[in-house]
Design a binder for this molecule. Structure first.
Ligand SMILES: [Mg+2]
Length: 175
C-alpha cells in the first residue's frame, strides 16, 4: 500500500499530456541524461500487452538523441520483459516497489549516471512522482488514459486524492 499522505514530494516538476510529447530538447533543458519510464497508463493501458500509439518511435527518437531509456515498473518481471522487447530490448527494472528509492538508484547505477540526471516519466503521484522526488530524480507527470481495471476502487480513491492535491497546488487541470 503506498503512503497516501499529501505532502510536497507528490509535486511533479514538469507536466505533459503524453510521454510522446516530451522532446529530447526538453530532456536536455531539464538536465536529464536518461529517462526511466513507467508502464501502466504511461506507455500502455493498465495491464495491457501492447503499447500506446507512437511510443516505439518516441523511444527511438529519444535514444537517437543520446538519452538512455530504461523501464522502471512495479509490474512483474515477465510483463516488463515483454514490454521491453516491444521497445527493442530496453533495460528494465521490474518489481521496483516505487515509491521506494532503491529502484531509482538502481536505474541510475545501471546507466552510469547520477540520480539527479535521471528523469522519471509516470502517471501516478504516489509512486512515480513521490519516488522520483524522494530519490532526487527529475519527476515528470503524464496524464493517465484510462481507469485501472484491477483494483478499480483503490485507484479511484487514489486518483481523487491526486486531484485534490494538484488542485491545492494550482494544477487542477493536469489530471
Ligand atoms: Mg502508471
Amino acid at each position: 500500500m503506498p503512503d497516501t499522505t499529501l505532502s510536497d514530494d507528490l509535486l511533479p516538476k514538469y507536466f505533459f499530456n503524453y510521454i510522446t510529447d516530451i522532446t529530447p530538447e526538453d530532456f536536455f533543458a531539464m538536465g536529464a541524461k536518461a529517462v526511466a519510464i513507467d508502464i501502466d497508463n504511461t506507455i500502455a493501458n493498465d495491464g495491457a500487452f501492447h503499447l500506446f500509439h507512437g511510443v516505439r518511435a518516441w523511444v527511438k527518437r529519444t535514444q537517437a538523441a543520446g538519452i538512455q531509456v530504461i523501464i522502471l515498473t512495479n509490474t512483474f518481471p515477465l510483463r516488463a520483459k515483454f514490454m521491453s522487447r516491444l521497445l527493442g530490448g530496453l533495460p528494465y527494472i521490474a518489481n521496483a516497489e516505487k515509491p521506494r528509492q532503491k529502484g531509482f538508484q538502481k536505474a541510475a547505477d545501471l546507466l552510469g549516471i547520477q540520480i539527479g540526471e535521471l528523469a522519471m516519466v509516470g502517471d501516478q503521484l504516489f509512486t512515480d512522482i513521490r519516488g522520483a522526488n524522494d530519490a532526487g530524480a527529475i519527476p515528470i507527470h503524464v496524464k493517465y488514459r484510462r481507469p485501472e481495471i484491477f483494483g478499480y476502487f483503490h485507484y479511484r480513491r487514489l486518483r481523487r486524492k491526486e486531484k485534490k492535491f494538484l488542485i491545492s497546488k494550482g494544477h487542477g487541470d493536469k489530471l
